[in-house]
Design a protein around this ligand. Structure first.
Ligand code: S3P
Length: 447
């Protein structure tokens, strides 16, 4: 589908409930499926990515009874496979769709059970690197068969994983700061005998470390060494009830839309304020954005609160250093758009990981911003945007990448002319009702 945004926009005003957090929805579903007993889940994101995880655990024997709620979320019960383990018919193939989190976390789960499962994905996921997960899981004792094992170069989906019920614990120094890699190893570690530890070059998002204890599994976390460890074997037990907070990464698009459109004043309640996810708020604060964050009393594993955003006519450039990148990795496209409106040179250092996301986001950001008339370039792993620029009408392709689709939509509110977005449907991966929520905020201003 092609969608058109702008030129300009009515002010965005009022309150919107962004959908449930994608990272936490995957984990709530997956951990409930692994657990002994029945877990009640609520606030689960109903998007293409999370449905991939739901289909995967269902095909492995979990009983998932989730229903769509009036706010669009999924809620209900999940009865896990517990100590019985996942059940796979011979020749089972699981399609992970567009979802890297589904594929990588599932590999960690399957590594500890003696059965063979084939994992496939869409065109984008089939290009994404899996070696980062395969390497450590092989060291633990899982075996993999890849599409091009003979030539030894394609460490990508489709692949078959054969797990083992005699996994070895490992101490693994990950070359990348990736919560997907860390989570896969820790989940495999739950089936090994002994201590499995992951050390990262920089701290990545910590949802797995926060949620496993809710299922009765201890995780030893050392913030100063960026490490997390589990002691296996360990069985997950029903978490009782989990309420998934709303997604800060989705909130980031509405936050920026409100910042750049004159007269806007938007409130986003119930959003996860997990510090490993809210780097974009700290960056926007440095840029002078008028944003207030109101924490709510904590009731679950994650900090939750309200984000209140007001239009900010003058923004300053900033430098985003490599250490903060994992805390805003999914928000770089929308922050780069903000940088086109800020005074000076904004640098995003150490963002090479963007090349292996749902698209090559580093190249796509530079191409898209340049087509819009902005000044943007990439040098090695640094993205540089110089502003402020008047953006012009452009026709941009989402490249099937949900975060690019929403970034280009917001660009339409800044640009002098309309911005058309090819393959806008990609938003179904994380924020299916994005266009409706924008329209609600625009309509509110007119009432
Ligand atoms: C995710 C981790 C991040 C992030 C992705 C979701 C997760 O990927 O970009 O959208 O849920 O663990 P990496 O772990 O590869 O950095």
């Amino acid at each position: 589908m092609i969608a058109s945004f702008g030129p300009g926009s009515n002010p965005l005003c009022g309150e919107v409930h962004v959908p449930g957090d994608k990272s936490l929805s995957h984990r709530a579903v997956l951990f409930s499926a692994m657990a002994e007993g029945v877990t009640r889940v609520a606030g689960v994101l109903n998007s293409a990515d999370v449905r991939s995880t739901i289909r995967a655990v269902t095909s492995l024997g979990a009983h998932v009874m989730l229903e769509s709620q009036p706010d669009g979320s999924l809620a209900g019960t999940i009865e896990g496979w517990g100590e019985r383990g996942p059940q796979a018919d011979s020749g089972l193939t699981i399609d992970c769709g567009n979802s890297g989190t589904t594929a990588r976390l599932l590999m960690g789960v399957l590594a500890g059970w003696p059965m063979t499962v084939t994992l496939t994905g869409d065109e984008s996921l089939s290009k994404r690197p899996m070696r980062r997960v395969i390497r450590p899981l092989e060291q633990m004792g899982a075996t993999f068969e890849m599409n091009c094992a003979a030539c030894g170069v394609n460490w990508t989906l489709p692949l078959a994983i054969r797990g083992s019920d005699a996994l070895e614990p490992i101490a693994y120094e990950s070359p990348v700061a990736s919560a997907q890699v860390k989570s896969a190893i820790l989940l495999a570690g739950l089936r090994a005998h002994g201590r499995t530890k992951v050390v990262e070059p920089k701290q990545s998002r910590d949802h797995t470390e926060l949620l496993l204890p809710v299922f009765g599994v201890d995780v030893e976390v050392e913030r100063d060494t960026c490490s997390a460890a589990v002691e296996g074997p360990a069985t997950l037990h029903s978490a009782g009830e989990i309420v998934v907070p709303r997604d800060p990464s989705s909130a980031a698009f509405l936050t920026v839309a409100a910042l750049v459109v004159a007269g806007s004043h938007v409130t986003l309640p119930g959003v996860s304020l997990n510090e490993t996810r809210t780097g974009f708020l700290r960056v926007l604060d440095r840029m002078g954005a008028r944003i207030e964050v109101v924490p709510w009393p904590q009731t679950g594993a994650e900090r939750v609160g309200e984000i209140v955003v007001r239009h900010t006519p003058v923004l300053a450039a900033t430098t985003v250093c490599a250490g903060e990148v994992p805390f805003l990795i999914d928000e770089v496209p929308i922050l780069a758009l903000v940088a086109t409106q800020a005074h000076g040179e904004t640098r995003f250092e150490g963002v090479g990981e963007l090349r292996v996301k749902e698209s090559d986001r580093l190249a796509a950001i530079v191409d898209g911003l340049t087509a819009l008339g902005a000044v943007a370039s990439a040098e090695d792993d640094t993205l540089i945007v110089v502003g402020p620029s008047r953006l012009r009408s452009a026709s941009l392709d989402s490249l099937g990448d949900h975060r690019l689709a929403m970034t280009w939509a917001v660009a339409g509110f800044v640009a002098d002319g309309a911005v058309t977005v090819q393959d806008f449907d990609a938003v179904s991966v994380s924020y299916p009702d994005f266009a409706r929520d924008i329209a609600l905020l625009q309509a509110e201003a007119g009432t």
